[in-house]
Design a protein. Sequence first.
Length: 97
Amino acid sequence: MEINDELMRRLEELAGLELSPEEREALRGDLERILSYFQKLQELDTEGIPPYEPLPGVRNVFREDEPKESLPQGEALKNAPRRSDGYFLVPKVFGEP
């Protein structure tokens, strides 16, 4: 798969990166190689192969979900670099740039 300039610009924007032309081309090559590995994996016939189970016999080892007292709003926002009206203020991710 080839990654075009438009996709590279969008990836840089989403990741908050400012790459030099050399860094951009190096990253583009790395991403294209990674995607080609995934494409190769799609070609494998996995019919009859059971899903990977790292610890056979072990089921859900998570704790029970029990409600607890939440962090006070002021405490949660204490170290936020940007906030507005009691909420975290973050850059827009979706929609028009």
